[in-house]
Design a protein. Structure first.
Length: 310
C-alpha cells in the first residue's frame, strides 16, 4: 500500500512472517531456465476463476505525481475478464537523463541501517538532494549476517559475493547513475566484466530475472504478495510497485498485458520483510510503500535509490 510518510504506525493484526522475498522464492520452488519472459504454471496448479483473470492493464499518469525532475509517476490499472477495473500500484518512470540510480549497501554504509537491518530512510535520502525513491534491491543471503545474496558492487567496491549466485540470471547495472538490466548468460566472461566494473566504478546487483526475450520463468507458488520490479521497454525504465497482493503469475500477467507499455525486461526487487520503501515528491514529502503482511522493514542489506541530478 502507498501512504503519506507521516501515516501513523499501525498494528495490522498480522504476524510478522520473518521472511524476505528470497525466502519466498525459495519456498515457491522456482525453476529458472536461465532467463525469464513469462510464467508457466506447474502441473496441478489450481486454475484461477475465469471471471477474475486479468484481461489487460495500462498506465495512467498520476494527476498529482509532482515528482522530481526527470521522473513521472503513473498509476497501474487492470481490467479483469468480468469488466471490473482495479488500481493495483504505481510505476515510477525515469523520463530523461536527469533521472539516476544508486546503490547504498549496509556493508559500506552501516550507519544507514540499525542492528536489525532497518534502513534509516531520512539519512539515506540525504546522499542525494533530490531523492525520488528508496526501495530494497538485492536479496539477503541466508549464509551470513547482513550479506547480499549474489554479486553486488557499490561504486566499484564489492559489497556482495565474489562469485554470482547460480540461480539468478539478472543484473541491474548502474554506470554513472544510468541503470540497465543485463543478463549473466549473455556476458562471455563474468570475471573480466566484474573487473571492468570495479575499475570504472560501476554499481550493480544480482537479481531474479522475470521477463526477458526468449526466456521462460516457472513458479508453482499460489500465495499472494505485494511485489516490486525494475523494468525496461519502449524507451521507459523504472520501478513498478504493486500495492495489491498477487501471485507471481498474476504480476507477470499484469506486466505482459500492459496496453501502453510493452515491458521487455523485468527483474525482481526484494520485498517481504524488506518491503518498506518510500517515494518522494519534489516538495520533499514522502510516501510509504509497504506490504502490510510484513510491516516496517528489517533484514535489509542494500537499498536502490532513484534520484534527480537537478
Amino acid at each position: 500500500m502507498e501512504k503519506p510518510e507521516n501515516y501513523p504506525e499501525e498494528d495490522h493484526g498480522k504476524e510478522d512472517k520473518g521472511l524476505s522475498r528470497r525466502d519466498l522464492l525459495k519456498m515457491a520452488g522456482l525453476t529458472f531456465a536461465g532467463v525469464a519472459s513469462g510464467i508457466i504454471p506447474t502441473e496441478g496448479q489450481a486454475k484461477p476463476n475465469e471471471q477474475n483473470r486479468i484481461k489487460s492493464s495500462r498506465l495512467e499518469i498520476a494527476a498529482d505525481h509532482n515528482m522530481h525532475k526527470g521522473f513521472a509517476r503513473y498509476k497501474v490499472h487492470v481490467t479483469l475478464e468480468n469488466g471490473q477495473e482495479k488500481l493495483i500500484g504505481s510505476f515510477f518512470n525515469m523520463e530523461d537523463g536527469h533521472a539516476k540510480a544508486d546503490l547504498v549497501s549496509n556493508k559500506k554504509h552501516p550507519q544507514f541501517f540499525d542492528g536489525n537491518g532497518r534502513p534509516n530512510f531520512q539519512d539515506i535520502r540525504k546522499k542525494h538532494e533530490h531523492t525520488a525513491l528508496i526501495v530494497a534491491g538485492a536479496f539477503l543471503s541466508t549464509t551470513g549476517h547482513h550479506q547480499i545474496k549474489g554479486v553486488a558492487l557499490e561504486h566499484g567496491e564489492m559489497v556482495g559475493k565474489d562469485t554470482p549466485a547460480g540461480e539468478f540470471n539478472g543484473l541491474l547495472v548502474m554506470k554513472n547513475g544510468v541503470p540497465e538490466i543485463q543478463y549473466l548468460n549473455q556476458i562471455p566472461n563474468i570475471n573480466a566484466y566484474l573487473a571492468q566494473a570495479k575499475k570504472e566504478g560501476w554499481s550493480l546487483f544480482q537479481q531474479a530475472s522475470f521477463i526477458r526475450p526468449g526466456g521462460k520463468f516457472q513458479s508453482s507458488n499460489p500465495n499472494k504478495y505485494e511485489l516490486r520490479f525494475f523494468v525496461e521497454g519502449e524507451g521507459k525504465k523504472g520501478v513498478i510497485n504493486f500495492s495489491q497482493d498477487m501471485t507471481y503469475k498474476e504480476a507477470l500477467e499484469v506486466m505482459q498485458k500492459m496496453a501502453n507499455f510493452r515491458i521487455e525486461k523485468a527483474i525482481c526487487l526484494d520485498t517481504g520483510i524488506a518491503s518498506e520503501g518510500y517515494f518522494y515528491d519534489k516538495n520533499g514529502k514522502g510516501y510509504l510503500m509497504v506490504d502490510e503482511d510484513f510491516g516496517k522493514g528489517h533484514g535489509c542489506t542494500n537499498m536502490l535509490v532513484l534520484y534527480s541530478d537537478k
